[in-house]
Design a protein around this ligand. Structure first.
Ligand SMILES: Nc1ncnc2c1ncn2[C@@H]1O[C@H](COP(=O)(O)OP(=O)(O)OP(=O)(O)O)[C@@H](O)[C@H]1O
Length: 257
């Protein structure tokens, strides 16, 4: 179900799935984004790094349509149709687009503790109109594929941090998200569990030909991505491509998780 996508190793010739143009966002006198231009290709994994306050979360939220920029555009091309500028859409349209095209894996807080693991994953489908039985079947498949078979009925508090993040990944992927946004997805985990969760996250996104955009403070985590973007004072300071193509290595290894 989540086998590595055969084309995931070469994203150089694929079209941009997201293009940010001259993004600007101010909070009072603070320029959180100060003219950001960025193209992110389909099938690419991109890490966003930078010191505290450099604008990483603001950039991630603006690319994901959670926040709107004061100026600039975010063009989304998930199909052959004309790209859509997320920045011009109203809250209702952005919310629909987020539910249908995007997945979110944050450090914590996005899972509903009162619900079981399978219910948390089902929610993402049912909110898009998928009937309960079909949602349960797909959610169960995803949890099984991510190593959580037998834990479907546990509430989130009855899972370890790593297991809870797997539920979050299943919930983000079950809708077929073309782009997944992650904010410190391994930040609350010990290094071994973090490495495992990162591998699952990469394989279930770029490993299937989709796109991953991730904020991280951890250089080792960022090094697993195809490209690292360094922000400083709301501007892109540098962009560094992975020397050996992280997704090529993953595909070649046949690591499907
Ligand atoms: N809602 C807000 N109101 C006022 N200022 C804000 C708000 N959100 C962000 N800022 C400011 O904008 C700048 C960029 O913030 P942002 O959260 O994007 O940075 P960051 O790089 O993600 O930081 P961190 O690594 O600490 O999470 C900071 O100076 C921050 O204080």
């Amino acid at each position: 179900m989540i086998e590595a996508h055969p084309a995931s190793g070469n994203t150089l010739n694929t079209h941009p799935v997201l293009s940010a143009r001259d993004l600007r966002r101010a909070y009072g006198s603070t320029l959180a984004l100060d003219g950001v231009n960025l193209d992110i290709r389909a099938g690419e994994s991109v890490a966003i790094m930078g010191p505290s306050g450099s604008g990483k979360s603001t950039l991630l939220h603006t690319l994901a349509g959670i926040e709107r920029p004061d100026f600039g555009s975010v063009l989304l091309s998930t199909s052959a149709a004309t790209p859509r500028d997320i920045a011009t859409l109203g809250e209702k349209e952005r919310s629909k687009l987020r539910r249908e095209s995007f997945g979110f894996v944050f450090q914590s807080g996005l899972l509903i503790p009162e619900l079981t693991a399978v219910e948390n994953v089902m929610m993402a489908l049912m909110i898009n109109g998928v009937p309960r039985a079909a949602a349960q079947e797909q959610a169960t498949q995803w949890l099984g594929a991510l190593g959580l078979a037998g834990m479907e009925e546990r509430r989130i508090g009855q899972l370890s941090g790593g297991q809870a993040q797997r539920v979050a990944i299943a919930r983000a992927q079950v809708t077929g998200a073309r782009v997944t946004f992650a904010d410190e997805p391994t930040g609350a985990l010990d290094s071994a569990t973090g490495a495992e969760v990162l591998s699952i996250l990469l394989n279930s996104t770029v490993g299937r030909g989709n796109t991953l955009i991730m904020v991280t403070h951890d250089a080792d985590v960022a090094a697993q991505c195809d490209r690292v973007i360094h922000l400083r004072d709301g501007r892109i300071l540098a962009q560094v491509a992975a020397t050996q193509g992280a997704s090529t290595q993953r595909s070649a290894a046949g690591d499907t998780n």
